[in-house]
Ligand binder design. Structure first.
Ligand code: NAP
Ligand code: F7E
Length: 343
């Protein structure tokens, strides 16, 4: 049997790297789409030792001609659309760009599949951010969306296009509604990595303290390496359907910090309230964490907790990585790979 070919957009990102590694181990031929501007941004693929096993193609999600060229060039079995302007905070400053790339990028691919090869299967990286100001305490596939950011609105737009192309043209197109998933490969601007990297730099004397925004937002944090396998599983089902992937547990940013300092065996205490709240190292009285209003968002998603019953039943899956384990994975790799050259 000939090798299956998978095309991944967003190959240089956290999920793209883990998914490429997973598919290569399953003997797929992997086409990785990147932007010319990002050619030096493949540190995750290099760390996994897979950069040379991927066929790279230039594909900017705003550029329909590049999308059409690449999809026509190969005999593709599965497309995983992980590329996006994925940072919620940035989406408030660049709403039109975010709508174009994160929202319409998916439509450009779907329509190219429809018009060139409708047999190609399509995975869309949908997001728990679509639930926004949540309308149900445990969010599942049927929970209505109530988005709070341009990013979330763009993801909801792409999500509905997936459903529309599945219903209208019978494409095998699925959306994985993934709740936050983290790892040592998380971008440094996202809160968990900002904390694990920041604490590591403080320990090395390369940073004074970490400045954060809202410590009381709660997220359902899973492990990225575990979640990418489920993207593939969704694509192997008989019927194209959407799935929530989550741990079913929700913790505040403050709880994540507490878990990190506990793991590092730092003696600390929280002092002050509101914007004056701080985490102090009681050994030397130095401030480890303080609040900076610039990291608050114009509209916040205060609480997310996913109900993954459907994935458990159909994909035969249950989460293996709790918060404590996730913190250990992230802190261990942060410390092992930290080099002051990366400052
Ligand atoms: P990430 O690390 O931020 O990676 C995003 C990827 O998109 C990068 O490879 C980036 O390439 C690429 N990209 C950005 N703008 C692009 C454009 N204009 N054209 C083509 N590619 C572009 O994100 P991630 O955490 O791996 O997440 C993967 C996907 O899942 C994203 O769509 C994200 O929105 C979604 N998602 C993530 C989570 C999560 O918790 N991680 C949860 C739900 C959904 P460059 O290197 O060139 O910037
Ligand atoms: O923020 C709060 C912030 O940027 C988490 C993306 O992968 O997951 C991610 O989106 C929370 C928010 O992730 C800082 O206000 C406090 O409440 O790590 P984040 P996110 O916005 O949840 C979803 C599922 C996606 O789909 C997205 O692509 O932490 N927070 N202080 C902060 N956040 C950041 N980034 N930086 C701070 O200083």
């Amino acid at each position: 049997m000939s090798k299956k070919t998978a095309l991944i957009t967003g190959i240089s990102g956290q999920d793209g790297a883990y998914l490429a590694d997973f598919l290569l181990k399953k003997k797929y031929k992997v086409i990785g789409c990147d932007r010319r501007s990002a050619r030096n941004n493949n540190w995750r693929l290099i760390r996994l030792g897979i950069q040379d096993k991927i066929i790279f193609e230039e594909m900017e999600l705003g550029e329909i001609l590049q999308i059409q060229r690449v999809i026509k060039k190969y005999k593709i079995s599965e497309i995983y659309n992980l590329g996006a302007q994925s940072f919620v905070a940035t989406s408030f400053n660049s709403p039109i760009y975010t709508a174009d790339i994160t929202g319409l990028g998916a439509l450009r691919i779907l329509d190219t599949i429809r018009t060139t090869n409708p047999k190609v299967k399509f995975y869309q990286a949908s997001s728990s951010e679509m639930y926004g100001d949540v309308l149900e305490n445990n969010q599942n596939e049927k929970t209505p969306f109530n988005p709070r950011s341009p990013y979330a609105i763009a993801k909801a737009c792409a999500h509905y296009f997936v459903k529309n192309y599945r219903d209208s043209y019978n494409l095998f197109a699925v959306s994985g509604i993934l709740f936050n998933h983290e790892s040592p490969f998380r971008g440094e601007e996202f809160v968990t990595r900002k904390i694990t990297l920041g604490l590591t730099k403080i320990i090395h004397g390369d940073q004074d303290c970490i400045e954060l925004g809202n410590l009381y937002a709660k997220r359902d944090w899973g492990y990225a390496k575990e979640y990418v396998e489920l993207m593939w599983k969704m694509m192997q089902q008989k019927k194209a359907e959407d799935y929530v992937i989550s741990t079913g547990k929700s913790y505040s940013i403050k709880s994540f910090i507490n878990e990190c300092v506990k793991y590092l065996k730092l003696k600390t205490k929280w002092v002050g309230k509101g914007v004056n709240e701080k985490l102090v190292n009681t050994k030397n009285n130095k401030i480890l964490i303080k609040i900076n209003k610039k990291f608050f968002r114009p509209a916040e998603v205060n609480f997310l907790k996913g109900d993954h019953k459907k994935a458990k039943k159909h994909l035969n899956w249950k989460p293996k990585t709790n918060l404590k384990k996730l913190v250990k994975i992230m802190m261990d790799e942060e410390i092992a790979y930290y080099s002051p050259l990366n400052k």
